[in-house]
Design a protein around this ligand. Sequence first.
Ligand SMILES: C[S@@+](CC[C@H](N)C(=O)[O-])C[C@H]1O[C@@H](n2cnc3c(N)ncnc32)[C@H](O)[C@@H]1O
Length: 462
Amino acid sequence: MAKTIVPVKLHEKLTVTIKEIRQNGMGMAFLEGWPDYPIYLADAMLGEEVEIDIIQVDKYSAYGKILAWVKESTGRKNQNRQYLIEAGTAPLVNWAYANQKEFKQQIVQKNFHDAGLKVTVADPITMDTTPTYYRNKTVVPLKWQDGQLLSGFYQRGSHHLVPMEDYYVNDARVDQVIVIVREILAKRGVSAYDPDQEEGAIRYVMVRRGYYSQQLMVVLVTNEENLPDEAGLVADIVDALPDLTSLILNFAPKKDYVQLSANNRVLFGSATIEDTLLGKKFLIGPNSFYQVNPVMTEKLYQKAADLADLKPTDVVVDAYAGIGTIGISVADRVKEVIGVEVVPGAVLDAKKNLALNQIDNASYIERDAPDQFEDWQKQGIRPDVVFVDPPRRGLTPKLIEKTAEMGPDRVVYVSCNPVTAARDVALFKDLGYEVKGSVVPVDQFPQTAHIETITVLQKRED
Ligand SMILES: C[S@@+](CC[C@H](N)C(=O)[O-])C[C@H]1O[C@@H](n2cnc3c(N)ncnc32)[C@H](O)[C@@H]1O
């Protein structure tokens, strides 16, 4: 077999310049004569010159580790939190926020360009308050090591736990709670799940906290149906957390990476916590999706509603609805909202949220969105505005086709992945829709390479 020729050797030391930043925030350098063989580098900024050690060599690319900076970017603001780089949880932690903003705008522009679309991308809406300590939720693994119970994050794609207590992007109380719960579990000698051995009790600890309400939910995600001396454990946690609203055991005996099962048992307090968005109240259960950056979520929904140009006569679809946050936040301004969401617990929450906010012109259905769109289309439903807010994989061609057949005047596409958003917008274009105005990035995830976008599609009049 012919040996593949690559331009680098494992542990070769090189000096390179960063020519490009990849979608996931990794720097890319190239050796002369090898324009198609990127060397990926974490914690690199555009234009920086760095000394590197090659740590992985593949057929089409290599990975390096930066040993020293020969020339630093003026946008570098080192935070001395290299564990965040190692775990991959905050890859842009050492970038000035202005550079993060510029990068994200360019990435969105590139994704739409690559999908064959000529669009303008607005200045990202950014987090004007400090763009750190914003996440209202985290799910962390635990590991016993040398007689100590550690919490942190698995390094991307591995079971190597990077210990951390200051996550930098979590609400500071969320960080504290993880440590408090971990110490109680440690004192009681509770075992932690080992993904390689497939044994041990606690898989993850999930903490979620209401931004306005300050209500606290702790979920022990377990590999065992009952924990040793459960009553004593609950008493210890309740004693240590005066702000605890909900303590849940989620029995999730699965080998894969799925984090929570649908199997919840309330150990203390209520099954949900409450929070507020744009003046509306929301009950949030452990399995329900709820945007992680509450400050920016209000800006996101506000902007999406403004761009939707809502009218009191409008029938509005809220698809991929979660607990109904988008539909409920616009219901007062329109004639009717019909929503669809696939996770049963989230739909239950959405229904409760309608009652909680005394909204009687909205309804939510538990269903796969493309299937429900097909039914709505057959039933002759003709919405004026369709909001879609899918997971990272984006929409399906079927959903896009059924939307176009229902023929709404406007489609407001909220997306957490500009690659799939651009792909889907191109399909909408083929089916009679035009991008109205600019694509608007909203920085829901400072310090990471992720970016949310809002794209409004207007039905062409031809
Ligand atoms: C990005 S979240 C948005 C939720 C909500 N709009 C919000 O802002 O909180 C995407 C939602 O789509 C739901 N979902 C995933 N696949 C779905 C499908 N095939 N049909 C309907 N909903 C789905 C997920 O459960 C999740 O609640």
